[in-house]
Design a protein around this ligand. Structure first.
Ligand code: BGC
Length: 488
């Protein structure tokens, strides 16, 4: 059913049905999440491509292989650094467009690399886009989404990341017989072009427009993605919250610093609890522990499938049960699985066979599933929710750089660590870190379910505004059952 509603500026805007509004935001989230697909695909594809680079470039040393793999992570740190500033300055939409263009240049460059050095440089360029996408996608979706489904919509990005990783495993497997590493890299052009073209048809983020004083434009966008009764209150709230001029120095204000620390620690815990050692090295690990080649690869694909499947479960639950329960339950599952994995390595020694092999594989799947239901989506969601609108992009940048930085450190040191303290030691260490993370999350991570971003901002940063929230709900952002204070 459609009726007309009149905005204060006098313009008549058609009122859309709830169904149409949902369709618009889901479509916007799906298009933007292609950035997440590229993030997952480009981080995952290299493991298979590495096997065939010598065909064109001759023998590659371990250092060469590490460079191709990890320069993407360095590029991602740099990309995340600039993307926040750019997104706050020129807007979220042009930042996604630039990111998509950089993806296109990077993946085509990698696919047609004439020399090894050129390929390494292109991996850095792809990294710039991956780092930028990893923060600007949740940022854009979070600001467009209505509060009651924001968790699910922002977590589309995590679903896209995990689907990208799984797709890259399957593509590597499919192209292995033709040894076509160029196509492995080059196929990413398809989602990169789709992201660019799709984004041309999307609107700018309404919150960014309001922060720029472009309220009429924001109103037009909001009429597509909100019930008309919620719009004016939201505009007033975001306007009030963005009145002061944005300055990077604000990141050091006591209130902001506090939530920034939560984001940075979530980022670091997401990585130092070992997820990418499994994502990047599971076949190597299982093979090294005595499993056959095909069993290792099969276990790896199953692991990728569980990662996608449990992310879907998280999406269904995240707006109903909330962020904290998923985070705490998921991290507990990771701890148990890591302890079991370490014990399987102790019992099985260097040759996992029979029961110890099955236990290790099941533990691996439980570990990944637990990450996928908690720390995976919840980290990216919370950093899109916790920061003040004026400096949201820059604050997200800081947490995202911490994530890529920690990823880089863990990835380059993992094989050395494994050599030094072996399987049991390594997994006990990760288990210990998940326990530390659990204690921290229990004490410090806020619940943001069902709150508008303005409500969260006021509560977490202790700012008062006169207006009511568009949802008309009482504000109750809690940390460990208590309301946070702003004292440092
Ligand atoms: C992490 C990535 C990881 C992926 C695995 C993401 O949330 O940031 O580092 O590879 O999840 O699913």
């Amino acid at each position: 059913m459609r009726s007309d509603s009149r905005s204060p500026s006098g313009a008549v805007a058609p009122e859309l049905t709830a169904h149409t509004i949902h369709r618009h935001v889901i479509w916007a989230a799906a298009i933007t999440a292609l950035g997440g697909l590229l993030f997952g695909y480009d981080t995952g594809v290299v493991s298979g491509a590495l096997l065939f680079l010598h065909i064109d470039f001759g023998h590659l040393s371990s250092l060469d292989k590490e460079l191709v793999t990890s320069l993407l992570l360095v590029g991602a740190m740099v990309g995340a650094f600039f993307a926040g500033k750019v997104a706050d300055k020129i807007g979220r939409r042009p930042t996604v467009l630039i990111t998509a263009a950089v993806f296109i240049v990077g993946v085509l460059g990698a696919a047609f690399s004439p020399t090894f050095v050129f390929l390494v440089a292109m991996r850095f360029v792809i990294g710039l886009a991956v780092g930028s996408a990893s923060m600007v996608v949740p940022l854009y979706i979070g600001e467009a989404a209505p509060p009651h489904i924001r968790g699910a919509l922002v977590s589309f990005n995590q679903l896209a990341i995990t689907s990208g990783i799984l797709t890259s495993y399957l593509v590597d497997y499919w192209l292995a017989s033709s040894e076509n590493w160029r196509l492995m890299f080059g196929l990413a052009t398809v989602p990169a072009v789709a992201l660019f073209v799709g984004m041309l048809f999307q609107h700018e983020s309404p919150h960014w427009l309001i922060a720029q004083g472009r309220e009429d434009a924001a109103r037009t966008v909001l009429h597509r993605v909100r019930a008309s009764t919620d719009i004016e209150a939201e505009i007033t709230e975001v306007r009030e919250l963005s009145q002061r001029k944005a300055s990077a120095r604000e990141l050091l204000d006591p209130g902001v610093r506090k939530v920034l620390t939560v984001g940075v620690l979530l980022a670091v815990f997401q990585q130092v609890t070992g997820i990418n050692t499994i994502i990047y090295y599971a076949p190597t690990l299982l093979h090294g522990a005595g499993l056959g080649n095909s069993a290792s690869l099969l276990a790896n694909v199953a692991n990728g499938g569980v990662n996608v499947g449990m992310t879907i479960v998280a999406i269904r639950l995240i707006d109903r049960v909330g962020r904290r329960p998923l985070l705490l339950a998921g991290t507990t599952g990771m701890t148990i699985a890591l302890i079991v994995l370490a014990i399987a390595f102790v019992i099985g020694g260097s040759q996992l066979t029979g029961v110890s092999a099955i236990v290790a594989i099941v533990a691996l799947l439980v570990y990944t599933g637990s990450f996928a239901i908690g720390l995976g989506p919840v980290f990216w969601l919370l950093i899109s929710e916790m920061y003040p609108v004026r400096i949201r992009g820059q604050a997200m940048s800081v947490a995202t750089i911490a994530n890529w930085g920690a990823n880089f450190v863990v990835t380059i040191s993992f094989l050395t660590l494994l050599g030094a303290i072996h399987g049991p030691g390594t997994f006990f260490l990760f288990a210990f870190l998940t326990v530390v993370a659990l204690v921290y999350f229990q004490k410090r991570v806020p619940e943001t379910k069902n709150r508008s971003l303005q409500e969260i901002e006021r509560d977490l940063l202790g700012q008062k505004t006169a207006s009511r929230s568009p949802l008309g709900k009482s504000l109750d952002v809690t940390v460990n059952g208590r309301r946070p204070t702003t004292s440092p």
